[in-house]
Design a protein around this ligand. Structure first.
Ligand code: ZN
Length: 557
């Protein structure tokens, strides 16, 4: 069905509550295993009906934020979604305690039941007041960052509008732009310190109320980690320190030479070429048209996917004034349709939408007819493999988007991906230290960050900047505030995507088949099992990182 024709009806909370309660009663009294499973399938339909409407409302609101109708509807859902979660939790508790558990586990999946177990371990009603306070702290941080007013060259900018200047190919411009950003952070760093201090103490209190030693274990459960723990992540970071940091340094060194400068300074971050980073040559319409041709050539499955997206109006990617900023991929369950939202702005980010977001959407398309909803309940460390790998699978088509700068684009993309790995691990290790030592002062936290920089980003020279030199950089990393321990998911996924890159350099067809298998596996098994099934090494196991580096190095330099 075309997006414009998808009917929207407001979710009637009274009705939903009655339907859920009926399901909960019937599930508690089910007299056979088959009956229990039938009730579970009714629950799928109810959930799909609810979320199809909520997601439609969100998307239509994002497409035109001035639309008063969907604005009102969105406020309504802000109110009722916690109530829906509460009903769904109650249902899950009954399912988890079912006498037909082993049959249900076989029909649904082991993973699904493990996830319920984790969800139950991470929540208790007595946490609600603390969780509300936690949400308020997150909103305070978000608002502070979103309303930043940075004077620069006679104009006032917010942080995201400063990006063209902080990555300008004119070195003096970016140096001054970073100084302006630094000055802004110096003016608010005390408030950010205060917010973060309260967050750390709040989260620690929640953990203690549930009987945990500190927030780390609870944080892992909140992230839905169902197959790896703190020690395994620690081993992963150790490997990155040993093998990946020196690898990343080679890319920095190459960048330094190319930019023709003596010492890389922090304001040279994200800058790859003297004449500026490669940008797409075509109009947004041309990018979409080239995307369609590219996916037709890549594989029969991707052709079917992209044609389906175009025929059903499932892209809204052109920048418009009344559109919400940013980009994402989502899914309408009842229409079995992925949807991509973006704001093209003429940078290489537009092509990322066609590669990265389409990777997510392609996976959603491939598994759209899955009857068992839990099988598509994908963890971030898996979902980002689908998207990040597609960035590599489409490398050979980059001439269509970047013309004679395609090679430079590929160089920049690989360097950027490699450089990200140590940074992502640093963000993760920082949070482990912070939550293991909740009594640290803000000054001590900054000291921790400054020390970690020496290990993970030894090339970095902060040029005596009073904010960044003293361990302040993490205060711009929103994930640290919004979703503790989230960041490592991107790194774990990236390591797998790079392994697909190695596979495709050796045998493209085979690599594609493996990738397609991973997409189809969706969330049917645990991350650590699925990656092995498609020929990838587990990032947690010794040797994975050094082997990957050795193979990438051969092609990269
Ligand atoms: Zn993504």
């Amino acid at each position: 069905m075309k997006f414009s024709e998808m009917p929207y009806t407001r979710v009637d909370m009274e009705k939903v509550k009655a339907q859920f309660e009926e399901l909960i009663t019937r599930a508690s009294n089910a007299s056979s295993r088959e009956e229990a499973f039938e009730i579970h399938k009714e629950q799928y339909q109810l959930t799909n009906d609810i979320y199809t409407n909520i997601i439609l409302c969100n998307v239509r609101h994002d497409i035109d934020t001035t639309d008063a109708f969907y604005e009102k509807e969105k406020h309504y859902y802000d109110e009722i979604t916690p109530l829906i979660s509460e009903l769904s939790n109650r249902y899950q508790k009954v399912l988890f305690a079912s006498p037909y558990r082993s049959y249900l586990e076989a029909q649904i999946s082991k993973v699904a039941f493990k996830n319920i177990e984790i969800a139950l371990k991470s929540f208790d009603e007595k946490l609600i007041p603390l969780m509300q306070e936690e949400n308020q702290l997150v909103s305070r941080y978000d608002k502070l960052i979103a309303t930043a007013k940075i004077p620069f060259d006679g104009e006032i900018y917010n942080l995201s509008l400063m990006t063209p200047f902080t990555t300008s190919n004119d070195r003096d411009t970016r140096k001054r732009a970073w100084a302006a950003v630094s000055e802004y952070f110096q003016s608010v760093t005390e408030e950010i310190d205060e917010i973060y201090d309260k967050m750390v103490k709040n989260r620690t209190k929640q953990a203690k109320l549930l009987g945990y030693e500190n927030y780390i274990e609870l944080g892992y459960y909140r992230m839905g980690r169902n197959c790896y723990d703190r020690t395994m992540v620690e081993n992963f970071r150790r490997q990155v320190k040993e093998s990946f940091v020196p690898f990343a340094s080679r890319f920095h060194e190459e960048r330094r030479e190319r930019l023709n400068i003596d010492t890389l300074k922090f304001y040279d971050n994200g800058v790859y070429f003297l004449n500026g980073n490669p940008a797409p040559t075509g109009t947004p319409e041309e990018i979409l048209a080239e995307g369609q041709k590219m996916y037709a050539e890549l594989s029969p499955e991707t052709k079917e996917f992209f044609d389906f997206m175009q025929e059903n109006e499932l892209f809204d990617v052109l920048g418009r004034k009344t559109k919400k900023q940013g980009g994402y991929m989502t899914f309408f369950p009842n229409y079995r349709s992925p949807f991509i939202f973006a704001n093209f702005n003429g940078t290489s980010g537009d092509v990322d939408v066609i590669t990265h977001e389409c990777g997510h959407a392609f996976q959603g398309f491939v598994t759209r007819n899955e009857e068992i909803l839990e099988n598509n309940d994908i963890g971030m460390e898996t979902a980002e493999i689908h998207s990040m790998s597609m960035e590599y699978f489409t490398y050979d088509w980059m001439e269509r988007f970047f013309g004679d700068r395609a090679d430079e684009y590929r160089k920049m993309h690989l360097a950027d991906s490699v450089i990200f790995v140590p940074y992502g691990c640093m963000v993760d290790e920082f949070q482990h230290i912070v939550y293991a030592n909740p009594e640290m002062t803000p000054q001590e936290r900054k000291q921790v960050w400054a020390e970690l920089e020496k290990t993970y980003r030894p090339h970095l020279d902060y040029d005596n900047d009073p904010f960044f030199e003293n361990g302040g950089y993490w205060q711009r990393q929103a994930h640290i505030f919004q979703m503790p321990f989230y960041y490592i998911d991107y790194v774990l996924a990236s390591i797998c995507a790079m392994q697909f890159k190695v596979q495709m350099d050796e045998d493209f067809k085979k690599a594609w088949e493996n990738y397609l298998s991973l997409c189809k596996l969706s969330a049917k098994d645990f991350y650590t099992n699925m990656i092995k099934q498609v020929g990838l090494n587990s990032p947690f196991e010794d040797g994975c990182i050094s082997e990957l580096v050795a193979k990438l190095e051969k092609k990269a330099f």
